[in-house]
Design a binder for this molecule. Structure first.
Ligand SMILES: Cc1cc2nc3c(=O)[nH]c(=O)nc-3n(C[C@H](O)[C@H](O)[C@H](O)COP(=O)(O)O)c2cc1C
Length: 351
């Protein structure tokens, strides 16, 4: 009932109100989540509506406990302000960021396009975020949260590729205490040349240096060695993918997040901007294909967090039935299906 009212009433109103700049709708949602998250009693009551509590949904991975396998994808909460609200929606974990060393405003607005006919989004946000210093200050002031937090790290536009590693190191040092696991994002199509960092010559160095830094930070702060994951693009050739997987296997990377948005416009029935990354339903076939390739190549040795076009319990089940896939993340489905989608997927998984 409530589910239908989102699609028939709430969604059309929000979409109409934000038709010139869809990002307005997202900003509103983040604000609401921020305020709901502030008031513990309201938060508690709303969470009871959304959360599916069941032991069978729990996942243990990297020594962390996930109450269910459905997380929010990076980009959903770009400054970390809505993480309590994300928890209230019933997510099993949250991804924050991507954060860069320097504060960035990102690309000029409007920089997101909704494509309702295809239940897709094209975005060219360009890593708008408060920067690592300000984010560390914000996250340090907040109370503890009892779902795992993944922190996604990106590269500022101004930083040349050769210096990218220093930027990732800077950000992880600043944010280490506030994340349970870290995701290296070298796969966003919206920062010029960023995806070049997926090439062997850059990637190995970045991952090795970050792994070394995590060892240092874990000793300094007396924590466990926090997991380091890599998020990849869906637009890689098989050869490029294999090169990346060889590096992940060699270095013992904790996991792979597959996939980011695509520059391809395949599967779209409605016109879309040429600039930016496509997410949502049309991304599903590519996402599942790549996830299967990773699973096959690594023989299940590297845990995967699968993301890309997941919008039904059946798709969630299909992804999670792949041996390496331990967790999934969603973003665009929340826009088109409403926040009840998290509950719907979790309930579907229990069936
Ligand atoms: C508006 C928007 C902003 C995004 N920002 C980021 C980001 O900052 N970092 C990142 O790794 N992925 C980002 N993504 C990609 C998502 O995390 C996810 O990989 C992608 O949207 C595919 O999942 P979906 O089809 O469920 O949306 C963004 C996606 C959207 C739609």
């Amino acid at each position: 009932m409530i589910y239908l009212s989102y699609k028939r009433i709430i969604r059309p109103i929000i979409f109409y109100w934000s038709r010139e700049d869809p990002e307005k709708a997202h900003e509103l949602v983040i604000k609401i989540l921020y305020y709901i998250g502030k008031y513990r009693l309201i938060a508690y009551l709303i969470e009871r509506l959304f959360l599916v509590k069941d032991k069978r949904l729990e996942v243990e991975l990297w020594g962390l406990k996930f109450r269910n396998p459905v997380g929010s994808a990076a980009g959903f909460d770009k400054d970390g302000s809505a993480r309590y609200g994300i928890k209230i929606l019933g997510f099993g974990f949250a991804s924050l960021g991507s954060f860069t060393q320097y504060q960035q405003d990102g690309s000029e607005r409007p920089r997101t396009q909704r494509i309702p006919k295809d239940e897709a989004i094209v975005n060219c946000m360009g890593f708008n975020n408060p920067g690592a210093d300000q984010t560390a200050e914000r996250l340090s002031k907040k109370r503890k949260i009892d779902i795992p937090i993944g922190i996604s790290l990106g590269k500022s536009l101004r930083t040349p590729l050769e210096n990218a590693v220093e930027e990732y190191l800077y950000s992880i040092r600043k944010l280490y205490l506030y994340g349970d696991f870290f995701i290296v994002n070298v796969s966003s199509p919206n920062t010029e040349n960023l995806r070049e960092l997926q090439k062997k010559e850059y990637l190995k160095n970045i991952l090795v240096r970050l792994q070394e830094e995590i060892i240092i930070l874990s000793k300094e702060h007396e924590t466990n060695k926090k997991p380091l994951l890599l998020k990849i693009s869906p637009d890689l050739s098989t050869e490029q993918l294999h090169d990346i997987l060889d590096i992940c296997l060699e270095l013992g990377i904790s996991g792979i997040v597959a996939v980011n948005t695509t520059t391809s416009r395949e599967g779209l029935n409605a016109p879309a901007s040429e600039k930016g990354g496509l997410s949502g339903k049309p991304l599903w076939p590519k996402a599942i294909e790549i996830v299967k390739q990773i699973d096959n190549y690594t023989k299940g040795a590297v845990p995967i967090i699968a993301v890309g076009g997941i919008s039904t319990p059946e798709q969630a089940k299909e992804m999670l039935s792949i041996k390496s896939v331990k967790l999934i993340k969603i973003f665009t489905a929340v826009v088109y299906e409403g926040p009840w989608i998290i509950k719907k997927i979790n309930k579907g998984l229990l069936k």
